[in-house]
Design a protein around this ligand. Structure first.
Ligand code: MN
Length: 242
């Protein structure tokens, strides 16, 4: 597992040292987000909102601080708040997020827990899939895998953008390792490849809340901006190597 990924998972883990305090300080430090957050975090909450990997204006002009403020400060925080309420006083309050996701996938009486746990995980993975001055092409083993499984990089880019644009309604587009092969998958709503035995390398959130303030209905423009300017290929390379 990569350092970046391990960090994310540790941040999501209830055992994170001073997690609640650190998340609160970071939320205040990135300005703007704190004003949107109505979270009354308590030190006893098992799950905390992980800090963003960059300042809230770092992805501008492609993703605005306003979008980050709502998406991270309201939506991502909301999933954390919901899960804390749902697992309070249950054995799940002591489990890592991944274990909760895998235990509740396909359980019709645990849909709310699955949805909120998976959305916490998906969003942390999404923030790490983006970075300022990203885009371009991957290197090393990842580009070799992409060229083997998609013929060439441009064909991959086209297919990935098409998957992200064509996910009907809310959901996610992912590059995943499935067995020995890299494939592109779409998931609806909160669904996540880690519930299906696949190893995610990269994701784009295509819920409307991810782009509507900046792009309104132009989802394809949001996807193109990410592919050309924000995709964090180093994160994907680390995930592949993990
Ligand atoms: Mn989202």
């Amino acid at each position: 597992m990569s350092d970046t990924n391990r960090l994310s998972i540790d941040q999501l883990n209830r055992r994170q040292f001073l997690g609640t305090l650190l998340a609160s300080v970071t939320t205040l430090a990135i300005g703007g987000v704190s004003s949107h957050s109505a979270h009354a975090a308590s030190a006893s909450d098992p799950f905390t909102l992980p800090p963003l990997p960059w300042p809230d204006d770092a992805l501008s002009p492609y993703i605005s601080p306003d979008t980050i403020g709502f998406h991270y400060g309201k939506h991502h925080q909301g999933y954390v708040n919901n899960l804390n309420k749902l697992v309070a006083g249950t054995s799940m309050a002591d489990q890592p997020l991944e274990a909760i996701i895998q235990a509740t996938a396909d359980k019709t009486d645990k849909t709310a827990i699955f949805n909120n746990a998976a959305q916490i995980w998906n969003h942390t993975f999404y923030w790490n899939s983006l970075k300022p001055k990203g885009g371009g092409k991957p290197t090393g083993s990842l580009i070799e895998h992409i060229e083997k499984d998609f013929n060439n990089f441009d064909a991959f880019k086209t297919e990935f953008a098409r998957a992200a644009a064509s996910q009907f309604g809310s959901g996610w587009a992912w590059l995943v390792k499935d067995g020995d092969k890299l494939i592109i998958v779409k998931t609806g709503n909160a669904d996540t490849p880690i519930a299906h035995g696949q190893k995610p390398l990269l994701t784009i959130d295509v819920w409307e809340h991810a782009y509507y303030l900046d792009y309104q209905n132009r989802r394809a423009d949001y996807i193109a901006a990410i592919m050309d300017h924000l995709i964090n290929w180093e994160f994907a390379e680390q995930n592949l190597a993990a």
